[in-house]
Design a binder for this molecule. Structure first.
Ligand code: AKG
Length: 470
């Protein structure tokens, strides 16, 4: 595929040894190469030993050869079979290995009853439905976070990007609106953004097509155990899983991509994701510039760290559920991003934003992108702007799909309050931390709720966490 970058095979980025083997030999990472003497295959093989052959037809068909074949099977199992425990050691587990041919590919299909649990798909569950979801998806209505819904008079602010871009008096007024939205809500809906309608429509169409594929096809991109990327259920897969599936990809910078998770079907999806995520990062940079101006800072103060920033893409699929208050699509959380840019595929509300203890439903606006401020911007603005707590609820009869771009600073950036905001009478309220360390601590924190992550970065003076001073 022409558009894909040539890959630097560091240990971190190896999607497939099959791909690696296509490269010239000197490109193989050293970590794969063993010294002959140390290599486990150096104690090669006794050619007189032959693995026993058992003919299944004989034990199955009644007849003379049956006893003989059962005896062979018994001996084969005793000396190198399985069921060691169940046979109380009469049969023993066999140590085995595979070596590599110098010129030919070998393939084997392995099935094992201990194979990692297949990631389940809520979409499939919902298809078979079901008057009731499996018990673990059901929440006590009283305990379910979605039961405290919703104050209909709360309306998430709308910001017009065209006014920001065009300058003049309209810009002043729009910057003012933007500032209030970021301070009071941490979220807003953005109209007249700069990403082309055709690209947005293509992205929507192909995401829908991807989810319409048979489960088996989607499972080609299934998340592997312990991994983050791929198709599956959201990470918070605890006692009460969320009523949703997702596809999660590291999209930018380009060298972070693991293309084995990028769907080849529908055709052209990879190219669309490539263009879409690049356009969305541009939008994020431009918007962060205006958000910076709206605090009175220079335009680049929040945006420059994101110009080559990290972008993770998540496509969420929320099947309908007849009693929506018994399940949750996406649990309440704040993002650790600079900003998150969310696209709704249809006119089906689901996203809700927390505002002063109340939840507000975001009503999809045609052509708009929902903007959610994350912890990085809260930190860089020294708390002037706040990360918005948000969640997604499920519709009782319709599928809802959303596409969210998580935009972060670039890998070598430092996450800290912008120096021009920090003054002797307004000290830094958050610690300074490198972007990689920021990710690492987030993943490592053994917090009951990841929402508390920001608390670990707060600076506490003698009188506790200081008041916002601007
Ligand atoms: O789908 C939505 O409305 C919210 C999605 C979200 O917050 C997430 O994927 O982190």
């Amino acid at each position: 595929m022409a558009f894909l970058p040539s890959i630097n095979w560091t240990a971190k980025h190896i999607p497939s040894v099959q791909e690696l083997a296509r490269e010239p030999l000197d490109a193989v990472p050293k970590s794969y190469v063993c010294k002959v003497a140390d290599n486990l295959v150096a104690d090669r093989c006794n050619p007189s030993l032959q693995v026993p052959l058992v003919n299944m037809a004989s034990p199955v068909n009644e007849g003379e050869s049956r006893e003989e074949e059962l005896q062979k099977l018994y001996l084969a199992c005793r000396h190198g079979g399985s069921f060691q425990i169940m046979s109380n050691g009469d049969y023993e587990a066999t140590e085995h290995r595979a070596v590599v041919n110098e010129s030919k590919t070998a393939m084997a299909l392995r099935s094992s009853s201990k194979a990692a649990k297949q990631t389940s798909s809520v979409q499939e569950l919902a298809r078979k439905l079901l008057d009731v979801a499996p018990q673990n998806y059901i929440r006590d209505v009283a305990d379910n976070p979605v039961s405290d819904c919703c104050n209909p008079s709360l309306k998430v602010p709308l910001v017009n990007m065209a006014n920001l871009v065009n300058g003049g008096e309209a810009q002043e007024e729009e910057l003012h609106k933007l500032s209030s939205a970021c301070r009071d809500w941490g979220a807003f809906q953005l109209i007249n953004h700069t990403v082309s309608d055709e690209l947005v429509e293509e992205m929507k169409k192909q995401t829908r097509k991807f989810y319409d594929l048979p489960l088996q096809e989607k499972m080609r991109y299934a998340r592997t155990e312990g991994g983050l990327e791929g198709y599956g259920q959201p990470f918070e897969n605890n006692r009460n899983p969320q009523w949703s599936d997702m596809m999660f990809l590291h999209a930018l910078p380009v060298q972070d991509r693991n293309l084995s998770f990028w769907p080849e079907n529908p055709q052209g999806f990879q190219e669309t994701i490539d263009s879409y995520t690049k356009q969305m990062r541009k939008l994020a940079v431009s918007l962060l510039g205006f958000m910076s101006m709206a605090t009175g800072l220079k335009a680049y103060k929040f945006s420059e760290v994101c110009e080559d920033g990290i972008l993770h893409l998540r496509m969420n699929y929320y099947p309908p559920y007849p009693q929506p208050d018994q399940v949750i699509g996406c649990s309440p959380h704040t993002d650790i991003t600079s900003i998150s840019l969310l696209l709704e595929l249809d006119d089906i509300p689901g996203l809700q934003i927390q505002k002063d203890g109340n939840w507000a439903t975001v009503k999809p606006v045609p052509g708009a992108v929902d903007v959610i401020i994350g912890h990085v911007t809260e930190i860089m603005s020294n708390g002037i702007y706040k990360a918005a707590e948000h969640r997604a609820v499920v519709n009782e009869s319709k599928v809802r799909i959303s596409i969210i771009c998580f935009c972060y600073p670039e890998e070598n950036a430092t996450v800290e309050p912008v120096q021009d905001i920090v003054k002797p009478d307004c000290p830094a309220r958050y610690k300074s931390i490198s972007q990689p360390e920021y990710f690492r601590s987030y993943l490592d924190e053994k917090l009951e709720s990841k929402q508390q992550f920001i608390d670990t970065l707060k600076v506490h003076g003698p009188h506790g966490f200081s008041q916002n001073c601007t």
